[in-house]
Design a protein around this ligand. Structure first.
Ligand SMILES: [Fe+2]
Length: 297
């Protein structure tokens, strides 16, 4: 079994690097830590970056997770190959570019490009947030797949990933640590990144940002609302080139795996996605950039 330690980063292609960075810093509130060779690195917490914008074709390039060390990465490579995944091992330049010691890349069965890395860089200095949005950490990421049950089967068979809750056939909310979900898969016909999430410190931060974003003319996709599964108060909004960001506060922790039973919520019920029964729609997906070599990105 491949043991994922944490989420690491999202790499997203952009045709307008400046616009993507300006939104991430001035609107979302991230810190731009570096820019080199057409790539901008954005930071939200101890990670060197959790979001990298790469100049080029717009669309998500890869979603990254950390494993413990080089031995765990080597073991993961074997397990993935045994499971029939084509694995591309990263080179030194690619690792440097990602600020990791080593990494590999593969496609999940639905065409989402996934990277596993070890030795992700940590920054000791406090984050200089671009806006006081109250961000505390990179919270989770959400991929699309045509069949969320098949997606969960893939992740929970090969990885230390457990289902926390289902929203019928629309969503699988999964965990690998006590946080209710750090990986979600939403139903979508084509591979892509549905959204990336940032946790904020207080309910007030979510509500304050709601007004800030509206005043800036940002498209609010959903919320403020409260997910009954994770109990998180959420706000989804749209950035440039179809990248959806989410703020949330108050996510449930599942401390006792033995006693937790995944629940199924019927998406046709009006309060299954927002327990406050506000208007809901699936956040728009940034589609996966096609089949270029992972090592070349
Ligand atoms: Fe989310």
């Amino acid at each position: 079994m491949i043991i994922i330690d944490d989420i690491a980063y999202v790499r997203s292609g952009t045709a307008d690097l400046e616009a993507a960075v300006r939104f991430a810093v001035d609107v979302v509130g991230l810190e731009e830590v570096a820019r080199e060779d057409g790539t901008a690195y954005l930071r939200a917490d101890h990670r060197h970056h959790c979001l990298a914008f790469v100049e080029g074709e717009p669309g998500v390039l890869a979603s990254g997770f950390t494993v413990r060390d080089a031995a765990a990465l080597a073991a993961a490579e074997l397990e993935l190959e045994r499971a029939g995944c084509h694995v591309e091992r990263g080179d030194a330049a690619g690792a440097r570019h990602r600020r990791v010691s080593d990494y590999l890349a593969f496609d999940d069965p639905f065409g989402n490009r996934v990277e596993l890395a070890c030795g992700q860089g940590t920054l000791a200095r406090p984050v200089r947030f671009g806006r006081p949005a109250g961000i505390t950490e990179f919270g989770h990421l959400c991929l699309d797949a045509p069949d969320v049950h098949e997606a969960c089967a893939f992740w929970s068979t090969l990885f230390n990933i457990k289902i926390s809750d289902w929203i019928g056939d629309r969503a699988a909310l999964m965990r690998f640590d006590p946080v209710h979900h750090k990986l979600a898969v939403f139903q979508g016909e084509r591979p892509g990144l549905c959204h990336l999430n940032f946790q904020v410190a207080a309910l007030d931060d979510v509500m304050r940002s709601w007004h800030v974003l509206q005043n800036l003319g940002v498209e609010i996709e959903m919320g403020p609302g409260r997910h009954p599964q994770s109990t998180a108060v959420f706000l989804y909004f749209k950035g440039p080139e179809g990248l959806t960001y989410e703020y949330s506060w108050g996510v449930r922790r599942i401390e006792d795996d033995a006693t937790w039973r995944p629940r199924t919520f019927d998406p046709e019920e009006p309060d299954s996605i927002d327990m406050w029964a506000g208007p809901t729609r699936k956040p728009g997906t940034q589609l996966q950039v096609g089949n270029r070599s992972a090592a070349a990105r």
